[in-house]
Design a protein. Sequence first.
Length: 653
Amino acid sequence: MAIAIHVSVHGSDDAAGTPDAPLRTIDRAAQLARPGDTVTVHAGTYREWVRPRRGGRSEDRRITYQAAPGEHVRITGSEQVTGWEPVGGGVWRVEVPNTLFGEVNPFAVEIDGDWIVRPGRDDPKKHLGAVYLDGRRLLEVASVDAVASAPRRTELVDDWTGTTVPVPDPDWTQRVWHAEVGADVTTIHAGFGDADPNAALVEINVRPTVFWPTDHHVDFITVRGFELAQAATQWAPPTANQPGLVGPNWARGWVIEDNDIHDATCSAVSLGKEASTGDNYASDRGDKPGYQYQLESVFAARQIGWDREHIGSHVVRRNRIHHCGQNAVVGHLGCVFSRIEDNHIHDIANDREFYGHEIAGIKLHAPIDVVIANNRIHDCSLGIWLDWQTQGTRITRNVLWDNSRDLFIEVSHGPYVVDHNVLASPVSVENHSQGGAYVRNLLCGTVGLKQMLDRATPYHRPHSTQVAGYAITLTGDDRWIGNVFAGGDLDVAYAPTSWGRIGSQTGTSAYDGYPTSLEQYLTEMGDRWDGDHNRFASRVQPYWSRGNVFVGGARPADVESDPLVLDGPARVEVVTTDDGVWLEVDVPGADAAVLDLVTGTDLPPTRLVGADFEEPDGGTLRLDTDLLGDSLVGTFPAGPLAGGLTGARVRLA
C-alpha cells in the first residue's frame, strides 16, 4: 500500500516520517520510499545529495518527491562558510577543512573532458568549485593577486562566434575568488565588493550533484516544486557520464516539473548517457578522436538495453533553469522519446568562464522522437543545439531571443520538424544537417548551411534506437513552408574562423542554386555517373519551399517558389513588463501569404533515411497548433500566429 512520507528541517531521521513525526533528511526518505509512495518535503534549506534507492514500477506507481504545497523548499549542494578574515585591498580569506567535501573536493578538480577547448597550454583552468554571495556566483580567477586586481568588464568575447557580447552587470565582474588546496584545508580568497561576508550568506560548492541516483534503472521518479541549486557538476560531453544537478542517471520515465533549478557548474538537468558506454576516453586515452568513441557509444548502449522499453521517455516541464555554465538540459542516448516543454531557460554560459563544443540552453545528441515545445529561451550563448541523430524530433512553439545564436542542428539526417517558433536573435538557424521541415516560423536573423563531408553519423529505423545506416551531410533535403524572414540586410553575419566561411544569409538565399525536386536531383546525378560511390559526390540535395515571406532586406533563394518580398520595415520585440512577457510584432503585408494546414503528407519523405514525417506513434503529423496554442483550421497567414503578424501583441507568460 502506498504511503506518504514527510520531511522537515525540524524532524529526525529516527522518526516515523509522519506529519507529526517527520524525517530530517530527504535522502533518508529516499532510503524508505517504495513504488507508489509520495515524499512531501516541508519548508527550509536542505544541504544534501538526494540519491533515490529505488524507482516506481509504472506511470501509475511512480515515487513522487514534492515540496509541500505553498512552501519553499531549497535543496542545495553547497555549504555555508563563515569566519572570513579581511586581508586588505577588499580581499577576504577563509580556511575550509577538506573534510567538509567528502570524497571529492571540487576546488581541486578542473573542468575537463572531451571537446573542452584549451586555447593555450598556459591558460588558467577553471574548477568545479564555486563561491556564492547571497545566492549569486562569483567568478574564478587564476591567482590571489588577481582577486585584488580584478578589472571591471563591460563586454566579453563569445568564443564560438568571435563577437563581443555585453555584460549585464559590469560591477559584478570584480567579485571573484581563488582557491588553494592543501593537504588538510582549502584556502579561499575572495572579493565581495562592498559586502561583508560575515554579515551575508556565503556558500561554496561541496557536492557533485543534488538529486541523482547512483544506480541505473531507478525508473518512474517525479521531482516537483523544489529549488534545486549549487552543484559542482562536471563537463558533460556526449562521450562522458553526463552528470547533472538533477536527473535520472540512465533510467526511464522521470518527470522533473515546476522547479527552480540553477547554478550548476556545468549542466543542470541531465537525461544523458552513463559511464560504461564511454567516459571521456578521447581525452584520457588520446588514441582515437571523440567522434570515433561517440560512434562506439551508440553500439555499446544498444548492447546494454538502449531502447524505448528501458530508457528515456522523460518529461522536463514548467521549470525555470538558469545561471549554469554549460547547459540547462543535456542528454545523449538517455534523452530519447522525451518531452522538454513549458520551461523558462536563461543565462546559460553567459559568463564565458570556460569554453567547449557542448554549450547551449538545450544540448541533445540522439534526440529520437523528442519534443521541445513552448519554451522561453533567452540570454544564452546558444539556445537549442541538436547534434547527431536528430530524428523524429519536433521543435515547436518556442520563443528564443537575446541569444548569441538560437537554433543549431548538426550532422543529422531527419526527419525533424521546426514549426511555429520565434527565433529573434541575430543568428536564427545554423543548419549543418539535412532532412528538416521548417514550417510557419518567424526568423529575425541569419540562416546558415554547411556540408559535413568528413564524418558520417548514424540514422535509425523510424521511432526506434536500432541503427539503420550512416551518412555524411550534403545539406538540402529541406522543406521551408510559410515562414516569415524579418532579418537585416547582411551578406555573411557569422563565420567561425576555425570552420571557414559558411553560407549564412538572411532569408533562404543560402539555398541558391539547389535542385527543387528529387527528380531534378537524381537526373543531375545520373548525368554525372562516375561509379556508384562517387555518383552523388558532394552535390547538395533538393530544396522544397512555398509561401515564405521576406522583409527588411531578407532575400529569398533564387529557386524559391512564389516568395512574397516586402519592402517595408518590420518590428519584432520580446518585452518584459510588470504584467508579463509579451511578443510585439508588426510585419505589414505579411498576412497576404496564406496557406492551408500543413501535415506530414505535404512533406516529401527524407531521401537518405527514407522516413516519413510522422507523429512519434507513427500517426499522421498535423502542424495544427500555433505559437499560442490556438488550433489552426482552414487557411491562415504565414508565420507562427493564427491571427497574423500585423500589429500583433501577444502574451507569452
